[in-house]
Design a protein around this ligand. Structure first.
Ligand code: NDP
Length: 329
């Protein structure tokens, strides 16, 4: 039995090369559940793992793909039986472990969640890790008191995967969404997702000069980090929270502690990788309920395994709009 996969190989000089190959099923790693993968997607981390590795991949040859959705083929775990539809995100699958850029994957049952009712496997991967993380960020903001009547919510990196889903869900929930983008050409797209205001990236690109600016945002889903996150902290309303999701603009945080001390601002860290099962199910059910499918489908850029080397390089440059959904078959 064979299957197709995107395989990344590393040469002696340290360079990596990704290509679609046919593999024997006996090469699949150990695990409780073998899944016939239907769709995967593209995240920033996938860009790293398809390309130079970013310190995430331990052994080569490697099959990347940090998330997938598909149908259970065989299972030695009583929670899953053949034919069940399942979703996987996180747990370092596609980094340390072989991932979803393949027609088959074998993983631990603990890492899977059942496909939520109302979503197809393609919808689940249009959401993917990026959308799942956006929902975790929104849930964290809500758990810290965010409500639509508190004021506008800022989404940074809005035209990317996390930002697109955050924008669509927040708008659907009745929030006024201000979308930060460095790509003015995405304005119609972002307004279509429900953003009522577009904030050009340059407005927030300068490093902090005054630790406090006028109190503007009731909440923020931040996919960018760096100088932008530092600026945003000084613009939050009293007691408001920022969910720190990403580092598309840099890992440093050139901020002061003043917004925390004088305005009671909260900085909430969001990690999608090691989320406990119950919270995963909660987030997926919220996505099935609060993300309008027409908005989700408007974000999709269809792709195949052979498109991935090019798409992986593009996402590292911030040049992918919305959600690339990979049909692995
Ligand atoms: P995308 O590349 O799809 O989106 C990132 C967006 O950030 C871009 O589309 C762009 O938006 C903006 N951006 C890119 N470069 C810069 C820059 N230099 N300065 C300011 N803005 C920039 O990635 P994802 O949405 O998939 O992921 C976003 C971030 O979240 C990544 O850093 C990723 O690693 C992280 N992440 C974290 C997770 C977690 O568990 N914490 C899970 C998933 C992702 P625009 O063009 O609109 O300006």
């Amino acid at each position: 039995m064979t299957f197709k996969a995107l395989v990344v190989e590393k040469a002696d000089d340290g360079s990596t090369k990704a290509s679609v190959q046919t593999l024997e099923e006996s090469l699949l790693p150990d695990g409780d559940v073998t899944v016939a993968v239907e769709y995967s997607t593209l995240n920033y981390k996938d860009g790293l793992c398809i390309g130079p590795g970013g310190g995430l991949v331990r052994t080569y040859p490697h099959v990347p793909g940090i998330d997938f959705a598909g149908r259970v083929e065989t299972s030695t775990d009583e929670r899953y039986k053949p034919g069940d539809k399942v979703v996987l995100t996180g747990w370092r699958v596609g980094e340390v472990w072989w991932g979803g850029y393949a027609q088959k994957a074998r993983v631990k049952a603990d890492w899977l969640v059942p496909l939520p009712e109302g979503l197809t496997t393609q919808d689940a991967m249009a959401i993917g890790t990026a959308g799942f993380t956006a929902m975790l960020a929104i849930m964290a903001l809500e758990d810290h008191g965010l409500k639509p009547e508190k004021g506008p919510v800022l989404v940074t990196g809005a035209a990317g995967g996390v930002g697109s889903v955050a924008t669509a869900v927040l708008a659907h929930l009745g929030y006024e969404v201000a979308a930060v983008t460095g790509r003015p050409e995405t304005e119609d797209y972002l307004r279509g997702l429900g953003a009522s205001r577009i904030v050009p990236r340059e407005e927030l690109a300068e490093t902090v000069k005054r630790p406090l600016e006028s109190e503007t945002w009731a909440g923020c889903v931040d996919a960018v980090g760096g100088a932008m996150l530092a600026r945003v902290l000084g613009q939050m309303k009293h007691s408001a929270s920022v969910a720190a999701v990403g580092l598309a603009g840099g890992a440093a945080l050139p901020a002061t502690v003043v917004p925390f001390l004088l305005r009671g601002v909260n900085l909430l860290g969001i990690d999608s990788v090691m989320q406990p099962y119950q919270n995963r199910v909660r987030a997926w059910n919220r996505l099935a309920r609060d993300l309008p499918l027409d908005k989700l489908r408007a974000m999709i850029q269809p792709a195949t395994l052979s498109d991935l080397p090019e798409l992986g390089a593009a996402i590292l440059k911030g040049a992918v709009k919305g959600r690339a959904v990979v049909d692995v078959n």
